[in-house]
Design a protein around this ligand. Structure first.
Ligand SMILES: NC(=O)c1ccc[n+]([C@@H]2O[C@H](COP(=O)([O-])OP(=O)(O)OC[C@H]3O[C@@H](n4cnc5c(N)ncnc54)[C@H](O)[C@@H]3O)[C@@H](O)[C@H]2O)c1
Length: 358
């Protein structure tokens, strides 16, 4: 493709970072992956084996920001380190695509929003991959074109495959827990499809109340850590719409995530059967389909579109499809879920749109 390319560096070359780096290197024609950065030498070595030979490797993020030539960075480190790295990147004059969520707590997330708002010349976006999913986008079009009638309820689930190694238990302290780590995806889609900023009497207060419960069916130790391996939540928005969700780390057939949107004219289901492909296997067990094994596979195309769209927004100076304010509002609801689960009570939002227990 002709025209200038956006030089990009990926910070944090773990599971998600390597997948993004490969997409930037081979599937985003308007970007050039110039560097990857990770303090673990072994991660850099492994990553660079699969990447083009000209991609530089950095162990130190400051050196990467200063010397790599990148104009934009994708931050895919553990969630607890997102905020300081995002702030440093913006203060170094770099556009930022930040893996979800902004941070593990609302106050830190607000600091990131503040720095981004002080740098309007930079594009900063949280990578909510489902916003780039073809089916979710088509459903949003149907809503906007009035085909659903009045939309009033979204039920959704993000059920991750059970990992017997208990990896997510070790991950709990830096991920923000199941409501934040998994739930923000569903919450962001709910806020988008239910158009919660519209039709609320006080625009600052989009949420009326939130309630959540949790279970630790496979890993009871999670409960002691304030986390859970299954979380269920309900949100009543002030525009009259309702969102119900189930997050899980114990699904046995692979990764299942579905959404059911109820309107006065139609109900639409996304991914009701998490089919890997169009095969139906007929054998002694009956008629079966295979499931997508992971979240990465379910959103394979959306992960590429997310990078392509971000790159185009930066190069063409276009508005971003997801605002940092949206990401902050999603984090507030995730935090309210966690608080409700810990306290066993509903959590209300005040007139400023902040979580309150009064
Ligand atoms: N959008 C999605 O669907 C999705 C899916 C999975 C994970 N994620 C997000 O991606 C992020 C990373 O998750 P993961 O599972 O890939 O984690 P991971 O532990 O596999 O990788 C994190 C990497 O960051 C590196 N790192 C830590 N501090 C660093 C620093 N200061 N500079 C550079 N690198 C540093 C670590 O060494 C590690 O290699 C998390 O925030 C998670 O929420 C998003």
């Amino acid at each position: 493709m002709s025209g200038p390319k956006l030089p990009v560096a990926v910070i944090g070359i773990g599971r998600m970072g390597q997948s993004h780096a490969l997409n930037f290197a081979y599937a985003v024609p308007r970007a050039e992956l110039v560097a990857v950065c990770d303090p673990r030498e072994s991660a850099l070595d492994r990553a660079r084996k699969e990447l083009p030979p000209n991609v530089q490797g950095f162990l130190d993020v400051k050196e990467c920001f200063a010397k790599s030539g990148a104009k934009a960075v994708l931050i895919a480190t553990e969630t607890a380190s997102h905020a300081p790295l995002a702030k440093l990147a913006m203060e170094s004059g770099l556009h930022v695509l930040l893996e979800k969520p902004i941070s593990i707590d609302v106050e830190t997330s607000k600091e990131v929003v503040k720095v981004a708002e002080a740098h309007p010349e930079l594009k900063t976006m949280v990578a909510f991959v489902r916003r780039f999913d073809e089916s979710t986008r088509e459903l949003k079009r149907m809503i906007d074109d009035g085909e659903m009638g009045e939309v009033h309820l979204l039920k959704s689930a993000s059920n991750d495959p059970y990992d017997p190694s208990g990896f997510f238990v070790n991950f709990s302290g830096t991920s923000g827990g199941i409501f934040t780590d998994v739930g923000v995806h569903d919450i962001d889609v709910a806020r988008w499809l239910l158009d919660v900023a519209n039709g609320c009497p006080n625009p600052a207060k989009q949420v009326h109340r939130v309630f959540a419960i949790g279970q630790s069916v496979r890993h009871p130790e999670l409960k002691e850590m304030g986390d859970a391996d299954n979380g269920m939540g309900i949100v009543e928005f002030t525009n009259g719409t309702v969102f119900m969700c189930h997050m899980s780390r114990t699904q046995m057939n692979g990764h299942e995530c579905w959404a059911e949107l109820f309107g006065t004219e139609k109900k639409v289901v996304i991914n009701g059967n998490p089919q890997l492909n169009k095969l139906e296997i007929r054998d002694k067990y009956g008629v079966r389909t295979e499931s997508t094994a992971t979240h990465y596979l379910r959103y394979k195309d959306a992960f590429v579109r997310e990078l392509q769209d971000f790159t185009a927004c930066v190069l063409d100076n276009k508005p971003l499809p997801v605002s940092l304010r949206d990401a902050l509002e999603a984090s507030k609801i995730a935090t309210a879920f966690t608080l409700s689960y810990h306290k066993g009570v509903p959590v209300f939002f005040d007139d400023q749109g902040e979580v309150t227990l009064d």
